[in-house]
Design a protein around this ligand. Structure first.
Ligand SMILES: Cc1cc2nc3c(=O)[nH]c(=O)nc-3n(C[C@H](O)[C@H](O)[C@H](O)COP(=O)(O)OP(=O)(O)OC[C@H]3O[C@@H](n4cnc5c(N)ncnc54)[C@H](O)[C@@H]3O)c2cc1C
Ligand code: FES
Ligand code: FES
Length: 1305
């Protein structure tokens, strides 16, 4: 039989949100996400990582599963799904789930009502995640609802509200989740789900062999093995694919197979590859079966063989692979192949290796099937044209099986190493069969025959364990892992990986002993730390009239995908993709764009020569070119060289790869680290912060100390990692003007810079934004270079051009939080009271100034924290390096300052052998002496009170005792609890001067508020609307807050420093005051005439009668503080003395559990007591608090920038960079916003909240250190130790000082 040639008349057909879509001549290289967004305008599906690693692009599909012969519902990553692979399926996007105009689905409603979003960029993906789970049928349990979050990242919320919304559908929902369900009403599947129902009969007809072809590329989707081999024969270089998910590994995907093949054969529908056989001898899976098929079948096998342990255990091992959206797309076959072909760190391979799996394959003929054991499945073992047809897993009756692995984070984190073990014991408890399979130590997973020999005929005891450990090491072919080798840590995590098999083997022995009744172990010490549903503890707050717990005004727009971000704007445009420098230093000799211009769809390549005005996109004048000019200097890896502009994102990306860059002197003299910069004397001259803290007499202080010593500490950087990366859309207007849609928190700054780049008056550039999908400081300035590229291209081509970064680009080219090296000399009394402290600190500022000077000031001022320093000196130096400019990231210098301070406090405690809380207490300021070392009174100081109250409310002492008791009983699990205080200085300087414009519409009394802040997820629009409603006495429902627009509210400052919301609320209040004054005579007249107060609409109608009275129902307000050192009178005289304006206060306590054998941590509970004054919206503030806290957990424990010695970020994208997911946040979270506590100087009594709680996450790190100290004590090591940052699994395990010789069983 021959395969029908591609028939271009056959359209691609599938259902999209319930409607049949026919695409004639589809581009078979296109991804589903591109089609949805760029062809169909369904922009609810978001583009973020394009690696399958964040979940922003999740959609649901319903398809006929050939293997199980039923229609199934599942969620997928549309960034990895080829469009043509959707032939015959039904796709549902967030727009198809519900809309505000038709019907809002309960999933959408419950997430919205539960404050389950902030910036909202992840929200559509979150909705689809839960929606698909519910549509898949059945009623999930609370645990299943939680585990369903394994593929979705939210950078803002802290997950609890999201998980709770999903849990509200669960059969065993918690009381809070049930309350949410009751509040929202019950889910009516008939009403909502019909929106996207498929039409089976029509779709059934589509299940036939198809092919789609475009210039130079063909996609074949045969139905039979014979057809498949026939195609392969005619196209020997054709690539087999199933999920095509492997293209997302380490890199951003952009087209089918990432352009590595001209012909692709999809195996999905091949009937012979869709077999699933189970019988007494084992299971056989066809080559088109997914990893989820394996899991489901093994679980079913377990049910059928209840006396076996292994099927469920193998399934559990497989659940570690990627995340569930990928597992339901990706095949076992692809996983095995990328493991042997690319040295991929597979979980699946070692998992199956320990289960004695075998693989069948064919090459040219279906009849010539060969079978090979996984032990022999090594590079070159199967021919290059092999088609894997079957996987065989034998019945391992009687065996005890386990698979172990650790990643940087629990979910969606490739493993550092994995190991599968299996033993069978006879009646005398002697091992009669054994497997030891090791993954990702060697270049290909291997079995340790020496260890297996040791086990055979032995008992499960310490002697066997120790011999097995030695045997594994004797066998191990160790392959180095380069990903984690950085300029700061040249050996990476290899020593950790070398130790892991010991821990895994010990874990296995414990579990096997327990299973076979050789010895019983405490259940809580066995296996891995469990993942549990997140519970909301007590959330205590106080509402006031109008200042209530309202969900964000746009919450339904966000859950339905209706809110448009920058890259979602429905403006026809070209797409730009940058060409970036891959080296840190050098001279740009040439850019050869010849090949790029030949790429289909490429329109032009824009370079420095095309810039009409100033070639400057930096914060400081003259710094940072938009594009490096030919002959110009390269000063960092990731520097912008050119922009390739094309008709599609894909074409632009292809084009960028085709540009040849010639750089001379590459990397010569590159300075990457702080130490290198110090040695070279490389400074950012304007950014030092010298001696601003210089209090008392240091020498006298040291003299009066009982102990004086010196120490050094390092604090690392962090990527902002918003879910919406840098994005700009430039639309040319008349008179050389330009409208720029920009993801920003500094839109007016961007406007001013772009006017210079375009060489037009500032009023000719308009910067607009609906909201940013996360902006954590770096979109104050770092968006400008990206927006400038789009603007220059739009100017040159006279067409709209959009540039939207994927994660890999963002982490490569955009700097983040500054790292610091700090030396300190401290003197204390014998009871730990600080007498004197001298601090010298150096930051890695990157290649230009940006905000570094201001940041150094704030970092320095954060160091004293809540403590009393009688004599203190702080110097902070700004070092210039060849890294992308470091910049503002949430909390702007404070996390580093806080870390340095607490490192000193811990050092004191350690040296004196005292509890760290005791040292905190003896040094903590009291209400009486709460003055900073630079002489600023900490007004309304209450940290001492908060500290005591929280310790009492959270039962700190009792729980500390409980931790001690737990630790005494458990050798391999330890707990720690830690309390930390917080004082955080706020400064109005960033946002002061930002205004608001309030317009009342006479027709119906509705109100539009324009303000100069940017909605970045902090709820600024909602709070402003609340304040306007209260101020005018107008119903909230009548108020709309308009998009940010630089020409409506001019001269706006930055949205940052947590305080823009207050500034804007106050500006709006000022405007409202004027309006009230305008309305006053009408109110008085109506009240007198009618004998009662007029309603809002009556009042407005009276003030704006069509033919009668017309008042000016429009007013602007501005808020300028009078208190800080930056504000002056008209003559320039300073009105204030200090940098900061006021302080917020808080305290936090966290408890964690540590798996000593792996270094993994699980935060069990956190308690926060926080002073936010009188919250304007407690629901939003609690969200901000939790989000900031979780951001802090990421910083202190998980997120690790990995710069190599060329300054290039290795952790580009989501592959190695790991912000927290749901298992990394505290299982229980108790928060109290201090009651009856309006802040007299605040707007309506409120205080800012977006950043300070970040620091309280130090309590999680502190608790981890206490748990580590407990292990160290048992291991005879000093409890006084220093941890590097971030405190990742490998660092923790190393600090524990665990050695294989300790393992006794
Ligand atoms: C974000 C992300 C995280 C991940 N995390 C993990 C993890 O933690 N642990 C883990 O083990 N894996 C992980 N993976 C890998 C994932 O499991 C693989 O992408 C997947 O198994 C590959 O399956 P696929 O069907 O999509 O293969 P494809 O991408 O379709 O193909 C991959 C390769 O296999 C070949 N191939 C596929 N099927 C056959 C066949 N039947 N016969 C011959 N050749 C074939 C293809 O030609 C190609 O070379 C991750 C992947 C991503 C994208
Ligand atoms: S998972 Fe698709 S964009 Fe991140
Ligand atoms: S709300 Fe989840 S990423 Fe912003």
């Amino acid at each position: 039989m021959t395969f029908a040639p591609p028939d271009r008349k056959d359209p691609l057909q599938f259902f999209l949100n319930g409607e049949l879509v026919r695409v004639y001549d589809p581009d078979p290289r296109q991804m589903l996400i591109e089609f949805l967004r760029d062809s169909k305008g369904l922009t609810g599906t978001k583009r973020s990582c394009l690696q399958g690693g964040c979940g922003a692009c999740v959609v649901a599909i319903q398809e006929y599963d050939v293997a199980t012969r039923r229609w199934v519902y599942r969620s997928i990553n549309s960034c990895l799904k080829p469009l043509v692979a959707c032939h015959g399926v039904s796709v549902t996007t967030v727009e198809g789930v519900g809309s505000e105009r038709k019907c809002v689905h309960q999933v959408q409603k419950r997430i919205a009502e539960n404050h389950g979003m902030q910036c909202g960029f992840c929200t559509p993906g979150m909705v689809m995640n839960t929606y698909a789970l519910l549509r898949a049928g059945g009623k999930p349990t609370a645990e299943e609802s939680m585990k369903n979050y394994d593929g979705n990242i939210c950078r803002c919320t802290g997950y609890r509200n999201l998980v709770q919304a999903s849990e509200s559908f669960a059969s065993d929902a918690s009381n809070e989740a049930v309350a949410l369900a009751e509040k929202c009403g019950h889910h009516d599947a008939n009403l909502c789900d019909k929106l996207s129902g498929p039409e089976y009969p029509k779709m059934d007809m589509l299940r036939q062999s198809v092919s789609f072809k475009t210039e130079g590329f063909a996609w074949y989707a045969p139905m039979s093995l014979e057809e498949t081999l026939e195609i392969k024969k005619s196209k020997p270089r054709a690539m087999y694919i199933l999920g095509d998910t492997a293209k997302g590994i380490r890199q951003a995907a952009y087209e089918v197979a990432n352009g590595r093949a001209n012909d692709v054969i999809s195996l999905r529908n091949v009937s012979e590859l869709n077999i699933l056989e189970k019988n007494g001898t084992g299971l056989t899976f066809g080559g088109a079966l997914t990893i989820q098929h394996l899991i489901d079948a093994l679980q079913a096998y377990q049910q059928e063989h209840p006396n076996s342990q292994w099927p469920e255990a193998v399934a559990d091992g497989l659940k570690n692979v990627a995340q569930h959206h990928i597992r339901s797309e990706a095949g076992w076959a692809g996983n095995l192949l990328i493991t042997i072909q690319r040295g991929f760190p597979s979980d699946l391979f070692p998992c199956l290796l320990a289960a004695d799996a075998e693989v069948s394959y064919v090459t040219t003929s279906a009849r010539d099937e060969k079978r090979i054991s996984l032990v022999d499945f090594k590079p070159g073992a199967v021919p290059f044209n092999a088609l894997l047809t079957k996987l065989h897993i034998p019945n391992l009756a009687g065996a005890f099986y386990k698979y172990y692995r650790v990643g940087q984070r629990k979910w969606l984190s490739h493993c550092f190493a994995g190991a599968g073990f299996r033993v069978v014991l006879d009646g005398s408890k002697t091992i009669t069969d054994a497997r030891v399979a090791l993954g990702y130590w060697a270049s290909t997973p291997m079995r340790s025959s020496k260890a297996e020999q040791v086990l055979l005929g032995s008992s499960l005891d310490t002697e066997t364990l120790q011999k097995a450990i030695s045997a594994v090491h004797a066998d191990l072919e160790f392959a180095e892992e380069r990903m984690f080798q950085t300029v700061d840590n040249p050996t990476g995590k290899d020593s950790y990986r070398r130790n892991l098999p010991d821990s895994y083997l010990f874990k296995f022995f414990q579990e096997a002993q327990n299973h076979f009744g050789v010895k019983s172990w405490a259940a809580e010490e066995l296996g891995n730390l469990p993942v549990k549903p997140l519970k909301a503890g007590d959330l205590k707050f106080q509402e006031a009239p109008g200042l209530d717990n309202k969900p964000q005004l746009s919450s339904m727009g966000l859950t339905t995908g209706a809110v448009r971000y920058t890259d979602d704007q429905p403006v026809p445009s070209l797409f730009g993709y940058p060409v970036l420098s891959e080296v840190a230093t050098g001279k740009l000799e040439n850019l050869d764009v010849t090949e790029a211009l030949k790429v289909e769809g490429v329109v032009d390549v824009v370079t420095a020569a095309d810039i009409p005005g100033a070639n400057c996109a930096g914060f400081a004048a003259g710094e940072e070119p938009v594009f490096v000019e030919i002959g110009g200097a390269i000063i960092t890896s990731g520097q912008q060289l050119a922009l390739v502009v094309a008709t599609s994102y894909r074409a632009a990306k292809r084009g960028a790869a085709a540009v040849t860059v010639k750089i001379s002197g590459a990397n010569e003299g590159a300075i990457i680290t702080i130490d290198q910069a110090i040695e070279a004397g490389s400074y950012l001259e304007e950014a030092h912060f010298r001696n601003t803290i210089d209090k008392g007499d240091l020498e006298e202080g040291f003299k009066s100390s009982d102990m004086v010593w010196e120490g050094t500490t390092y604090v690392i950087g962090q990527h902002a990692f918003p879910m919406e990366k840098q994005a700009a859309l430039a639309v040319p207007e008349e008179k050389k003007g330009m409208t720029i849609w920009n993801s920003t928190q500094g839109h007016d700054f961007c406007r001013a810079k772009l006017a210079g780049v375009l060489d037009v008056p500032g009023s000719y550039v308009v910067v607009k934004q609906t909201r940013a999908g996360g902006a954590f400081g770096h979109k104050n300035s770092r968006q400008v270079p990206v927006a400038a590229m789009a603007a220059v291209a739009a100017h040159k081509l006279e067409k709209a051009v959009r540039v939207a970064y994927e994660s890999t680009l963002e982490q490569w080219a955009v700097g983040g939080r500054h790292s610091f090296k700090t030396k300190y000399k401290v003197g204390v009394t014998k009871d730990g009271k600080i007498q004197s402290c001298e601090i010298e600190s150096w930051c890695n500022g990157g290649c230009t100034h940006d905000f570094t000077g201001f940041l150094n000031l704030e970092m320095g001022e954060a160091i004293p924290s809540v403590y009393w320093w009688p004599n203190m000196k702080v110097n902070v130096h700004a070092m210039k390096t060849n890294l992308p400019t470091n910049t503002a990231v949430r909390s702007f210098g404070s996390p580093q300052g806080y870390f340095i301070c607490e490192a000193i406090i811990e050092d004191i405690a350690g040296r004196l052998g005292k509890a760290v809380e005791e040292i905190r207490e003896v040094n903590m300021c009291t209400r009486e002496n709460a003055v900073t070392p630079w002489g600023q009174p900490m007004e309304y100081y209450n940290v001492d009170m908060l500290w005591k109250k929280l310790k009492q409310d959270a039962k700190f002492q009792e729980r500390e005792e409980a931790c001690k008791a737990f630790n005494e009983k458990h050798r391999w699990r330890k707990r720690g609890i830690s309390a930390v205080p917080l004082a955080y200085g706020h400064c109005y300087a960033y946002a002061a001067g930002t205004g608001a414009l309030v317009n009342i519409f006479g027709s119906d009394g509705s109100v539009t508020v324009h303000h100069g802040g940017c909605e970045i997820g902090q709820g600024i629009h909602t709070k402003v609307a609340q304040v306007v409603a209260i101020s005018l006495g107008c119903p909230l429902e009548l108020i709309r807050v308009a998009d940010t627009n630089s020409e409506v509210v001019p001269n706006a400052r930055f949205t940052g420093g947590s305080i823009t919301t207050e500034v804007v609320c106050e500006a709006a209040r000022q405007a409202c005051k004027q309006l009230l004054e305008t309305l006053r005579p009408h109110r008085e007249f109506l009240a007198k005439r009618d004998g009662k107060e007029p309603s809002w609409t009556e009042l407005v109608a009276a003030a704006n009668t069509v033919l009668g009275h017309q008042e000016k129902l429009s007013a602007t307000g501005i808020f300028s503080p009078a208190g800080n050192q930056y504000t002056t009178d008209v003559e320039g005289n300073k009105l204030g003395e200090f940098h900061g304006d006021y302080f917020t206060y808080g305290a936090g306590i966290s408890e964690v559990e540590l798996d000593v054998l792996t270094g993994e941590i699980r935060p069990l509970r956190s308690d926060i007591l926080y002073d936010v004054g009188q919250s304007i919206n407690p629901g939003i503030d609690l969200g901000q608090l939790e989000g900031a806290f979780v951001f802090g957990i990421g910083y202190y424990l998980y997120e690790e920038p990995l710069r190599d010695n060329r300054g290039t970020e290795r952790s580009q994208g989501v592959w190695a960079y790991k912000p927290p997911m749901a298992p990394e946040v505290p299982i229980e979270f108790h928060v109290e916003l201090l009651r009856d506590n309006p802040f007299p100087k605040g707007v309506l009594g409120s205080k800012a909240i977006g950043e300070p709680p970040f620091m309280l996450a130090y309590s999680v790190l502190g608790a981890a250190k206490k748990a580590i100290a407990s292990v160290r004590r048992e291991n005879g090591l000093s409890e006084h130790f220093q941890m590097p940052m971030p405190c990742t699994v490998d660092a923790i395990q190393k600090a524990c000082g665990v050695e294989a010789s300790h393992f006794k069983c």
